[in-house]
Design a protein around this ligand. Structure first.
Ligand code: SF4
Length: 73
């Protein structure tokens, strides 16, 4: 049963991010690309955990990494 009080904590290495938008494609309620064409997190729990994990794995530059879980805000 999903625990909605927890959220994956994803780190973005903005130096590695090249703004491909893959993370936004897979988890568009969690990630966005800002005006510098770099990914940002808009809502750490914006999408189901598996979608966020898919987005992390889909990043072509490895800019995304799961660093833990934390309380959703
Ligand atoms: S998938 Fe990776 S490279 Fe592409 S926008 Fe997201 S963090 Fe940046």
């Amino acid at each position: 049963m999903p625990d909605s009080s927890r959220a994956l904590v994803v780190a973005i290495d903005r130096d590695l991010c090249m703004g491909s938008g893959m993370c936004v494609m897979y988890a568009g309620n969690t990630f966005a690309v800002d005006e510098q064409t770099k990914a940002v997190i808009v809502d750490a729990a914006g999408d189901p955990e598996e979608q966020i994990l898919t987005a992390v794995e889909a990043c072509p530059t490895g800019a995304l990494s799961v660093v833990g879980t934390g309380a959703a805000t």
